[in-house]
Design a protein around this ligand. Sequence first.
Ligand code: TYD
Length: 222
Amino acid sequence: MRGRFITFEGGEGTGKSTQASALADRLRAHGIAVKLTREPGGSLGAEIIRHVLLSGVAKPLGPEAEAILFAAARDDHVRSTIAPALAKGTWVICDRFIDSTRAYQGELGNVDRRLLSGLERVTIGDLRPDLTLVLDVPVATGLARATKRRGAAQADRFEGEGLAFHEQLRQAYLKLAAAEPDRCVVVDARAPKPKIGSRIWSIVNKRLQPKPANREAASVTP
Ligand code: TYD
């Protein structure tokens, strides 16, 4: 059986990576094979493009060119990592996916929606996430967390944007989530990490009913 595909989305410092990894651990403990991955990146070609994008060298080329680069990275990631894992029955958890392009390049970068939907069609085809968890925190909280996590390192291409950008980003995510309630769930990510983790676990159980790979086999074994 095909694995299930879960994506995590949200602005900077919402705790996506921590929660994605906690969910992967929980599913594994439940007997499910999980591939934890991220965008941009997650495959050799995509990691190279990630470096180009996050260093900011593509910024002067404009949001359209950045959208095309994100799409090129996604194309490689889907073909090399995500689709093969799902086909094997492995669950895939991805830190950012299509909604990041829709929010950052679409809502904030104002890239033509026809270009974005064309890129989406060629990169993912009908590979939609089964569930998208949109982690939501007030912008000031998210940016403070991101600054703390970064330490002495320089802000990357998108972390370096101003407060208004991040506020607009938060609204963009809430709008995207509201438009697809069957796929997206907004998670209030202000609570302590374990509490958010439990909330996410209950959403995953309710929506996707994870079953250990060997449970069916076990039930037919005399
Ligand atoms: P990353 O360090 O992975 O950020 P975070 O820890 O916030 O997930 O950097 C990814 C950055 O790339 C992030 O600022 C969002 C941006 N991005 C886009 O603009 N479009 C996309 O399609 C994707 C996948 C990411």
